[in-house]
Design a protein around this ligand. Structure first.
Ligand code: DQA
Length: 149
């Protein structure tokens, strides 16, 4: 099973950016946590980060051609603005989990809109970096159940 973990703008700045909201652990620690968790689950996990909307769209499309089984995506601020990322997820029909490190439901009004949510099989928020691992667990179960159908 192959899962692609996609992070949008400013998530490369973890540990530096607003540590009171996003924590003190940096992006490299996140990569390490994901790598170790993938090993435990016996799956392949590939990580990608970009600050550019089109590059995120390209990576979602690439997931289709490489026959990825699942996508975990934190589109960062593009969550609240990007129809292009929503459309890309709809294009590929790959089960996708939306992740937010912070609990966006308790933050500013403009963060209450999520374009991608309507194409996601699940949304995880407010669990910090562990939210990515919860998303991986969810996808492994979800894809496993789908394969039985
Ligand atoms: C975020 C929440 C977004 O509102 C914000 O723009 C981000 C990170 C999160 O992980 O909590 O960049 O997606």
């Amino acid at each position: 099973m192959k899962i692609i973990i996609i992070n949008g703008p400013n998530l490369n700045m973890l540990g530096i950016r607003e540590p009171g909201i996003y924590g003190k652990e940096d992006y490299d620690i996140l990569l390490k946590m994901i790598g170790e968790h993938a090993k435990k689950l016996g799956i392949e996990a590939e990580c990608f980060q970009s600050n550019h909307e089109g590059a995120l769209v390209d990576r979602i499309q690439q997931a289709y051609f490489e026959k990825a089984d699942g996508i975990v995506i934190n589109p960062g601020a593009y969550t609240h603005t990007s129809v292009a990322i929503l459309d890309a997820v709809k294009c590929v029909s790959i089960p996708t989990v939306e992740v937010h490190i912070s609990d966006v439901s308790k933050r500013e009004e403009f963060r209450q809109v999520s374009y991608i949510r309507q194409a996601a099989v699940k949304t995880i928020m407010g669990e910090g970096l562990r939210g990515y691992l919860s998303a991986m667990n969810f996808l492994v179960d979800y894809i496993g159940e789908k394969e039985k159908e």
